[in-house]
Design a protein around this ligand. Structure first.
Ligand SMILES: NC(=O)c1ccc[n+]([C@@H]2O[C@H](COP(=O)([O-])OP(=O)(O)OC[C@H]3O[C@@H](n4cnc5c(N)ncnc54)[C@H](OP(=O)(O)O)[C@@H]3O)[C@@H](O)[C@H]2O)c1
Length: 222
């Protein structure tokens, strides 16, 4: 399947792009507001993969063109720009395409990171509100550490939680997630449950910051 990563030039985009290109035959397309930056990052990812003996083609395009070419579109941009990013690509999305939202709103103060819940209820709900008719949204990958994904030597052995209101869209994302070695996808329910999933991310960051050797934490449910 062809997967577009809007803002795929950033941290979580890099981690997901490398993992999908490394472990699977899915075609990864890197999107950016700046097509030149997308091409440069796509070449960097290819170089990293080729140093590990994987001859994968990774293309880079403007976000709009990346979205136009893919069936699954990951909105890998900061939480406050999820809605406007979806709006810029909305007319490139076709009915049946799936948007994936990994974004979490966080505030930082002297004590650490805190979940910043948007008025809509969650960032995933913001994505639902911005998505055109016929395009379903699945929240996923919120609790993965980008650094751990991008380190292809690191074994994952972790879970990602999925929230979504459409069973087929959630199943599509579950299969894509589980194609990554060491990643298990668990159903956390509907989009109404997204705040609980998103709020785990600042918890993981705070535990990582306060305990030596615990950076890039993930969650395994047992
Ligand atoms: N980092 C993690 O470990 C991690 C893990 C799980 C989930 N997440 C979530 O994933 C999302 C992205 O995180 P990240 O760490 O990858 O962020 P990031 O590296 O700071 O940004 C990702 C990309 O977003 C694009 N971007 C920046 N400002 C933008 C704007 N004003 N409008 C549209 N696009 C903009 C940039 O791409 P261009 O400049 O190329 O357009 C940038 O490369 C966040 O919402 C975060 O909560 C992050």
């Amino acid at each position: 399947m062809r997967i577009a990563l809007l803002g795929g030039t950033g941290d979580i985009g890099e981690g997901l792009a490398l993992r999908w290109a490394f472990h699977t035959n899915h075609e990864v397309v890197v999107g950016s507001r700046d097509p030149e930056r997308a091409r440069t990052k796509a070449e960097e990812y290819e170089t990293e993969l080729s140093s590990r003996g994987v001859d994968a083609k990774v293309n880079g395009f403007a976000n709009e063109m990346a979205a136009d070419r893919a069936r699954v579109v990951v909105v890998a941009v900061p939480a406050y720009h999820v809605s406007d990013t979806i709006e810029t690509v909305a007319d490139k999305l076709d009915e049946g395409d799936v948007l994936v939202s990994p974004a979490t709103g966080m505030k930082r103060d002297d004590e650490g990171f805190h979940y910043h819940r948007p008025n809509a209820g969650s960032v995933t709900q913001l994505a639902v509100d911005a998505a055109p008719a016929g395009v379903d949204v699945v929240g996923a990958f919120h609790n993965l550490a980008a650094g751990r994904l991008a380190d292809l030597d690191a074994e994952l052995g972790i879970d990602t939680l999925l929230v979504g209101d459409d069973r087929d869209a959630k199943e599509t994302v579950r299969l894509l997630a589980e194609d990554i070695d060491g990643l298990r996808a668990l159903d956390a329910g509907s989009v109404a449950n997204a705040p609980e999933v998103e709020a785990l991310t600042p918890l993981l960051v705070n535990v990582g910051r306060n305990n030596e050797g615990m950076h890039d934490l993930g969650v395994r449910f047992r």
